[in-house]
Ligand binder design. Sequence first.
Ligand SMILES: Cc1ncc(COP(=O)(O)O)c(C=O)c1O
Length: 222
Amino acid sequence: MSLNDSLQARDALAVVHGLTNLSIHAKRGASVMQSGKGVWVQDIHGRDYIEAMSGLWCIALGYGNERLADVAHQQMMELAYYPLTNHKSHPRVIELAEKLLSMAPVPMSRIWFASTGSEAIDCAARLTWYFWNALGQPEKKKFISHQLAYHGNTIASASLSGVSYAHNKFNLPLAGFLHVKTPHFSRFADPGETEDTFSDRLIADIEKLIYLEGAHTIAAFL
Ligand SMILES: Cc1ncc(COP(=O)(O)O)c(C=O)c1O
């Protein structure tokens, strides 16, 4: 067995992959990438691929970006990490928050930093509950999101996601996480429907759901 093959075998024995069918994975093994430059990544067999997803949309500036690597190195040497809990902060996080506020497409008052999209969505759900509790409306607990939406794989974000693979066998969604039809005209319109009548039908479904659940119980729509 070559070193490369052994890396794939070691992956199968040591790593659990999210959003991956584990029994298929045990047979096919992982696609193991070892380097990247610009839009390209290369696997352990030396094959090049265009990484059209930019990682998970987080390598938008390309692989092997020297400016980013230099700044990261400098920051690691200056202050590798510092928490934001219990009134603590540091210059870079303040600068980044100000920058994001100046770029936000709608007025925002503050930035909450999270490490992943799933964590950000969980925090949004948690802060939504906190918000309604603070306003004295603790019964506003339910969330509405779309069938087929993907919001992440933590407990709340997977509940908000409208995909069966995130729910089945994971005891999800949690109670109070409601899903409405997917606003995807070309896939889900009835015969003869226009985009307008399709939208009207979906909006009517959301209104009916809110009416049946009680508007006073709805915390947010994602
Ligand atoms: C719209 C959306 N929200 C949340 C997430 C979850 O982000 P993460 O994978 O960083 O947890 C994703 C990830 O694909 C996403 O596309």
